[in-house]
Design a protein around this ligand. Sequence first.
Ligand code: SPD
Length: 347
Amino acid sequence: MKVCKLHSLALVAGLLVSASAMAGGELNLYNWSDYIPQDLLKRFEKETGIKVNLDVFDSNESLLAKLKAGAKGYDVVVPSDYMVKIMRDEGLLEKIDVSKMPNFKLVQAPLNKPDFDPQREYSAPYMWGVTGFTYDASRVPGGKLDNSWRSFFTPPAALKGKVVALNDVAELYKAAAIYLKVDQCTEDPKQAKRIQDLLEAQKPMLAMYNSDGTIERMQAQEVIMHQQWNGAAYRTRQKLKSAVFVYPKEGIPFWNDNLVIPKGAKNRDNALKFINWMMEPKNIAEASNFTGYNNAIKGSSAYFVADLKADPAINPTAAMRALFVPNKNCSAKANALRDRVWTKLKK
Ligand code: SPD
């Protein structure tokens, strides 16, 4: 009887919660996997009465393909820098004048006026970070690898089948281009062929191409080396103390991800509310503490946990910054060369 009473109380409470969540309507968020904490979304729901539905993707290209195929259900999606421009040019985004939002004053330079959206008409900053690779020092010959893309593209023979590359054409092609000192937007078929040859030669060393589950795969010691984003590397190191994240000396891919509203989103007002809410220092800091990446919001670092504050990728030195290679929007010719390399590689 007591159990029954408690049960019905819980049911009533549950109904009340979902009724109040429904009162503010819904928000359909399409984000990278493992890229926002559930607790933060719960707090947004509690504070606004807006129910959040989360769906996930694993690359900018799959996000683009989904939207181009006509997916209509999303209110906020999270493309990287170059992809904001592509989506904008393809007419896939709502103009939302982020620079006029109340919290925009907190966005720090240079991400208040990025090349891909200089007036911040379409996008708000989410996380920023870099791409390198992590290895397990306890399992590589000699306990140390050179801090060069060479270690990743031509790993020691002992690592055969224990290396993973991101399943991301933009990331892998760009890293190879940096290593070979080729422009990431090369229009020269000979240079693209050099990239192709490098990636084809690396392929037999790989266990797979996969951008999801990188942290778990490393922590479980299923593999020894993984191309990774710095936040994933930070989280890997929390459980695998022998994990070392490499900032390659030839150049460090730099990116930033953004919140945008796809054209025709049904819950536009809720999406605008969410985007402005995410620019609150405390809120975006909670996302940083979970993901392990920095963000562009002034005052948020005061809420960072100590480990995150101490991470070199969060406060890069001038020497590290000098090695950052931001994403570029390449010509159609360059993209066609790159896509041909990828299609051949994945056959
Ligand atoms: N877990 C997803 C993390 C996404 C990090 N940003 C991706 C940038 C791609 N260039």
